[in-house]
Structure formats: C-alpha cells, structure tokens
Write a protein that binds this ligand. Structure first.
Ligand code: 6CS
Ligand code: FE
Length: 314
C-alpha cells in the first residue's frame, strides 16, 4: 500500500502496513530488537539482555521493595476511591459494572508515578536497550479487578502505536511493574516468545475514535486466529507470573494479552511505555485523527533523565 508523503510528493512504502485492506500475514521485523552496544555494559545481567533480545521480553524479579510496592498500591487504591465517580477520559471503566479498568497518563497527573517514570531501574534500563534518549509515550495503571476484570485480547502494541499514533519504527518498549501477586489464575500477562520478530498485519479498517472501544475490548488491530496459532505454535505462550515488585520488560512488538480475572485477587500493574526520542510519533497512518495526548505523548514530548528515586513517604 503506498501513501503520499507530503514532504517529497513521492509515494513511500509503509514498511509495517496494517488495516489497509491487505490480507493478514506475517512480515519479518526490519528493526533491531536491541539497539544497545555490548551486553557487558547493561544495567542487568547479560543473560537477561540475551533473553530480552531472543524472546522479546524478560521478567525481572525483586526490583521494587515491599515498602515501595505498598506506596504504589496505596496510591492505586486512593485513585480508585477518589476517581470512583470521575468521568474524565483518562479513566477507562470495565464494560457493564463500571469498575475502573485503567487510568492513563499517570506519569503526568500523579506525583508518585511521575517519579516512577524516571526511576533508573526502569528509565535507565529503557535508555540502555533503546540506546537513545527516551520519553514516555504512554503510561497507565491497569487494575484488572477481582471477580469481573475483563481480558485484554492478543495484540502487538506497536501495530496500534504505528497505525493509530504514527510511531515510525520498533524502537519502544513497555515496563510493567506488578503491584499484586500475578498468579497463573488471576489474569497475568501472556506473551509469545519470539513473536517480536514478526509483524502481524491485521485486517479490517480502524473505526473512527477506535480508542473509545479498543481500551475496553479490542476488536481491530488484533491478529487473525491463523496468525496467532502460527506464532503460538512457533514460540509457545509464557504466563508472566511473579511476586509483587517484579518488572516485566517487553518489546513494543511482542504479541501479548491477558485473560479475564474471575478470582477474588486483583492483578494490578503500572505500565510505562518508553519510546526513543529519535522515534517520536508523526502523523497516524491512513489519515486517522491523532489520538488524545493521554494515550500518546505528542505535544508534550520531554526527554527523561533516569535517576535514583527516593519515594520517601511521598
Ligand atoms: O491502544 C493502546 O495504546 C493500548 N492498548 C493496549 C491493549 N495495549 C497498549 C496500550 O495500552
Ligand atoms: Fe498492550
């Protein structure tokens, strides 16, 4: 599919086409996974860097202390209570009963999570893996409440961020901090090892204001059953279980999702999405209207300086 490049009036080929009427298929990834130099200067063990490069994700245990997790969890509970009746767009509610599903842009709206965004354990690692200055493309807390927390269907974040936000290349990653125990049974993040090496072209046309439905239940920008089966048969499926205080680091293109939570045990995580400054978003694909700032930093792109953060009694 060719689209006009307004600068050169030359058609340029989108190297990661999707939702353009072309058939569902897997394309080879063109971008590197790891932009960093050698593994020896990494802030994490070389074996973990190797795992991230080969699998598209790595689970780091015991990164945040019990006291830090208690602070983050108390803040999540405070937000859940104080935002109970709030109708701002940044708050996404579960379909039906209306429990809070996600709150976006917490790195801007919340002092504690603003500090967390520059925490060296997260931002320093992202800066190493992406080998560039970084900024927060998106942040959110996912509550995945007990009893009725709904699933997040399979998707590649990059496919959405490329098509709907205009993220040019695969030079971004997510970190998910587990605030509650992620058990095998309360809707943990599911990831397909090695899936980051293939770009799953999705069918269908993006509806207007797609985010108003996709953040509750995603139906566009999801892989076909056949492609999902192919990737899962090739790489298997890993359930990112772990104690609170773990950090799941995953590449922007790693296929992932999570099941519903019908247990009494919430599965709450904080997500920070770091994008390389050289990969800042441009216009969305297919002439789509840019998504709101709380989903995609566009007007407020600020480089992050990783630092040691003392959360004190904040
Ligand atoms: O549309 C997005 O940006 C969001 N959707 C999902 C399911 N994952 C990434 C992101 O939070
Ligand atoms: Fe996602």
């Amino acid at each position: 599919m060719f689209t006009e490049n307004k600068y050169t009036a030359e058609p340029f080929r989108d190297i990661y086409p999707s939702r353009d009427g072309s058939p569902a298929r897997l394309l080879e990834r063109i971008d590197p996974v790891l932009y960093a130099g050698d593994d020896e200067t990494a802030p994490i063990a070389a074996t973990l860097v190797k795992q991230y490069r080969e699998q598209g994700f790595v689970i780091l245990e015991n990164i945040f202390s019990d006291r830090e997790i208690a602070l983050f969890s108390a803040e999540l509970e405070r937000l859940r209570r104080t935002e109970a009746t709030d109708t701002t767009d940044e708050i996404i509610r579960e379909p039906g009963h209306g429990d809070i599903r996600s709150i976006f842009k917490v790195h801007e709206s919340n002092l504690l999570f603003n500090k967390l965004a520059s925490d060296n354990r997260l931002a320093g690692l992202a800066q190493y893996l992406l080998a560039d200055e970084i900024y927060v493309h998106q942040s959110r807390v996912n509550y995945k409440p007990g009893f009725r927390g709904k699933e997040f269907y399979w998707h590649s974040d990059f496919e959405t961020w490329h098509i709907e936000d205009g993220m040019p290349r695969m030079r971004a990653l997510s970190v998910s901090i587990t605030l509650t125990e992620n058990h095998p049974y309360n809707g943990p993040l599911l990831l397909i090892p090695g899936s980051h090496q293939y770009y799953a072209v999705c069918e269908g046309e993006t509806p207007k204001d797609h985010y108003r439905s996709s953040l509750k239940q995603q139906q566009y920008g999801v892989p076909s059953d056949a492609l999902l089966q192919q990737m899962a048969q090739r790489g298997g499926i890993v359930s990112a279980t772990g104690k609170a205080g773990s950090v799941i680091v995953f590449d922007c293109n790693t296929m992932h999702g999570s099941g519903s939570n019908i247990t009494p045990f919430p599965r709450s995580n904080v997500f920070m999405v770091y994008n390389a400054l050289s990969n800042r978003v441009v216009e969305p694909c297919h002439g789509l209207t840019p998504r709101p700032e709380y989903l995609c930093s566009r007007q407020q792109i600020k480089a992050i300086t990783p630092q040691t953060v003392d959360y004190g009694n904040s």
